[in-house]
Design a protein around this ligand. Structure first.
Ligand code: IPE
Length: 259
């Protein structure tokens, strides 16, 4: 089985509040179908989550009660996005069900805990695809917190032991500088713990969950000696399909785990 995270940058327009990239999502699901590989999908929040989460600093947990209506709004918005994702999967004949992290799981000082995965695993055993996503989740220490799709990926790796993990984004991979502002930015095709030390930290200002470096660290934690974790550009047609078929594609591959 292959575990895939569809990043918010590919399934939404991150600069426009609540803009769903329906065409792109539909094409990506066609590519998954065409590859005939068994997959599990997690998705990010994009502009359905980050815009309001940033405005009300939801990533810091409960600071003042003025944040509470924003918690409800973000939860509502990411559920709407999840419904649109599930609708696309159903159109392709992939039976998918929603598992909203905010209603099932808890965090402890920012760390996501899935105590009881029984429901999720039972859906999988029936041949249904549980779809989890970035959400606002209750935190025992901070009141609430932002649970990113990347944190969910780490937990699903422990539960499902996928053979490969893919992060689908709107960039070709990790660059040594922010490629959106630097024309001379170079793609790094392989990342190891040692190489990460030398990479400049840059991040998208609208992202409340750690930016590119945070994502690479999460990818390294997910990778093992036997399991690569690959970051690809999902806006390029057939790149996901080629990778699923086992071809070498333009990407950044995280290898060997985070040391
Ligand atoms: C963020 O999830 C969740 C919220 C802001 C509610 P992610 O961090 O996984 O989302 P993307 O992929 O960066 O958009």
């Amino acid at each position: 089985m292959i575990l895939i995270k569809l990043g918010g940058s590919v399934i939404t327009d991150k600069t426009q509040y609540r803009t769903f990239n329906q065409e792109c999502v539909s094409r990506l699901f066609d590519e998954i179908k065409k590859s005939e590989r068994g997959v599990l999908i997690v998705h990010g929040a994009g502009s359905f989550g980050h815009v309001i989460a940033k405005q009300y600093s939801l990533q810091n947990g409960l600071v003042d009660f003025g944040q509470i209506p924003a918690v409800a709004k973000v939860q509502y918005d990411v559920r709407e996005l999840n419904s649109m994702i599930i609708a696309e999967l159903l159109k392709k004949g992939i039976p998918a069900v929603s598992i909203p992290p905010g209603s099932c799981f808890i965090m402890d000082n920012g760390k996501l805990i899935i105590k009881d995965p029984e429901v999720m695993l039972a859906f999988s055993h029936l041949g249904l695809m549980p779809v989890l996503f970035g959400d606002v989740v209750i935190d025992r220490k901070k009141g609430f917190g932002i649970c990113s799709g990347d944190q969910i990926m780490e937990i699903l790796c422990d539960l499902y032991k996928p053979e490969k993990v893919i992060f689908v984004s709107d960039i070709d991979g990790l660059y040594d500088k922010d490629p959106k502002n630097n024309k001379d930015a170079k793609l790094i095709d392989e990342v190891t713990s040692e190489k990460l030390e030398n990479i400049n930290s840059y991040s998208n200002i609208d992202d409340v969950t750690g930016g590119v470096r945070g994502k690479m660290e999460a990818m390294l934690r997910i990778s093992t000696e036997r399991r690569d974790c690959v970051l690809i550009n999902g806006t390029v047609p057939d790149r996901l399909y080629s990778l699923l078929k086992g071809d070498k594609v333009i990407s950044t591959i995280a290898k060997g785990g985070l040391k």
